[in-house]
Design a protein around this ligand. Structure first.
Ligand code: AMP
Ligand code: ZN
Length: 475
């Protein structure tokens, strides 16, 4: 079996994957900011992370996966400026912050369930860990990595040798990255410094505030992921995931905080999913049609055909969403299901062929999670000169990673077509009986005509004589 290779944003190359502890891979995922529904772009990231987790399992690892829920501290700009996203959501819907947090967290997991995305082993809302955040910020202050200025606590990025280790940025890029930021924060010692704890909030109506050694306030966005990950998964993390927009500043800041606390390297592999774009550019919740799972469902799409669409392309390539592209995926998905539905479970399973194709499947996914290559292996299986029973066993196995309900959907297709054959037979029988009755009536053979009516009635079929002729309905 080949070694798993994954592109690592930290080293900027494809690395062999070796977890710290071969018995358990520790995986952390940045969860959603629950101020609105997730759009299908967000869900592309979660689908591909789900595939990664399931593939690691398939390969033989136990995976312990943790996710946060951002319900405080995320401002509209990832660089500590703009409006508070949660407050914005609450205002929009005339609800409290905690009400919308609960509503959109539930909606997020409902969408995940429709897309067969497994819920992480541990899910932690940021607001449940404020004490922990305060302790970590105090620790950063004690170690000289944080300072208080103008009421807020900031992380001092100049204290690190290589703050930009993940993002390859520099101060010039930073000026670019925050050029929309009209209000320069005079409290910051360095441009890249970021807020760990806000007390001097621009938001007088900030609903959620907690006491802290620096005054009543609330945490910055980045601290939650460092704290939740270190608390749940310990000092050494194997894989950290997110969309590419998280690389800077969010993940860069997470590394800064965690490694400043720990005094050693924290996470070995950084897995980032490229964006789903629409024709106007990066998908967002505020512009254009707000593409949610419910919206595509209401247009008649099965959410799993969206999952199939995502798996067709590599996670490190931008993916363009158009309805035409989705329609093409639906056609390909249906063709695949149709081929699976034609397999019979007859024949012996050929264990040696099973192993050969299983290894090929693992080889494909070991090459930096090449999902489209994994589908090529599936099509090879369908074409191969092996028993249907072997094919079905392989498809069932591959679907532990694909999670497309391939067998179940193919069976539904078979029973649907069996159902429609049965329907066609019934209709032809009824029409035949109606014709015979008409003939009997024409011949004034009313006894036969009545017995036909009674026979159909005994089967739950009611005849109605109208001026236009005889019609029927089921009882
Ligand atoms: P948020 O709810 O904004 O915190 O984002 C949740 C996740 O979706 C994060 O991992 C983001 O990096 C990711 N994300 C945001 N926009 C997109 C997009 N257009 N395509 C793929 N992933 C995205
Ligand atoms: Zn995060």
């Amino acid at each position: 079996m080949s070694t798993i290779k994954l592109y690592n944003t930290l080293t900027k190359k494809v690395d062999d994957f070796t977890p710290n502890d071969p018995k358990e891979v520790k995986m952390y995922t940045c969860g959603p900011t629950v101020y609105h529904f997730a759009h299908i772009g967000n869900l592309r990231s979660y689908i591909m992370e789900d595939v990664l987790e399931k593939f690691l399992n398939f390969y033989g690892y136990n995976v312990n996966r943790v996710m946060n829920i951002t319900d405080v501290g995320h401002l509209t700009s990832d660089a500590d400026t703009g409006e508070d996203k949660m407050l914005k959501g609450a205002k929009r819907e005339h609800k409290t912050v905690m009400e919308i947090a609960k509503y959109y967290e539930d909606a997020f997991f409902e969408d995940c369930a429709k897309l067969n995305i497994k819920k992480p082993d541990t899910v932690v809302p940021a607001t449940s860990r404020i004490e922990d955040f305060i302790k970590t910020i105090e620790d950063l202050m004690d170690k000289g990595y944080a300072y208080l200025a103008g009421g807020n606590v900031y992380f001092d990025t100049s204290k690190l040798d290589n703050y930009y280790v993940l993002s390859n940025q520099d101060e010039t890029d930073l000026t670019e990255a925050v050029r929309d930021d009209v209000t320069v924060d005079e409290n910051k010692r360095n441009k890249a410094d970021f807020v760990l704890w806000f007390t001097k909030s621009k938001f007088d109506n900030q609903e959620l505030k907690w006491d802290s050694p620096w005054g009543t306030g609330y945490p910055g966005w980045h601290i939650e992921c460092s704290c939740i990950s270190m608390r749940e998964l310990g000092e050494y993390l194997d894989i950290h995931c997110g969309g590419v927009d998280n690389i800077f500043p969010h993940h860069t800041n997470e590394i800064a905080q965690s490694e400043a606390c720990l005094g050693h390297k924290w996470c070995n592999y950084w897995f980032h999913v490229q964006h789903l774009n629409d024709v106007t550019g990066k998908m967002s919740k505020s512009k254009g049609e707000f593409l949610t799972v419910s919206l595509i469902e209401s247009k008649g799409y099965d959410p799993l055909s969206y999952r199939f669409f995502c798996l067709q392309s590599h996670y490190r390539k931008p993916l363009l969403f158009t309805y035409e592209n989705l329609d093409n995926a639906v056609t390909a998905f249906n063709k695949l299901l149709d081929r699976v539905s034609k397999l019979s479970s007859e024949g012996e399973v050929d264990e040696s062929a099973f192993k050969t194709y299983r290894d090929k499947f693992i080889d494909a996914l070991s090459m930096d999670l090449n999902t489209s290559q994994a589908f090529t292996v599936l099509f090879e299986v369908l074409k191969a000169d092996i028993s249907d029973a072997t094919k079905l066993k392989l498809i069932e196995d591959f679907d532990k990673v694909f999670s497309l309900d391939l067998i179940k959907k193919a069976e539904e297709l078979t029973s649907k077509s069996a159902g429609s054959n049965a329907d066609a037979e019934l209709v032809s029988y009824i029409e035949d009986m109606i014709a015979k009755r008409k003939e009997a009536k024409k011949n004034k053979d009313f006894a036969t005509a009545d017995s036909i009516r009674d026979e159909l009635k005994s089967k739950g079929i009611i005849l109605k004589d109208t001026r236009e002729g005889t019609t029927w309905e089921m009882e």
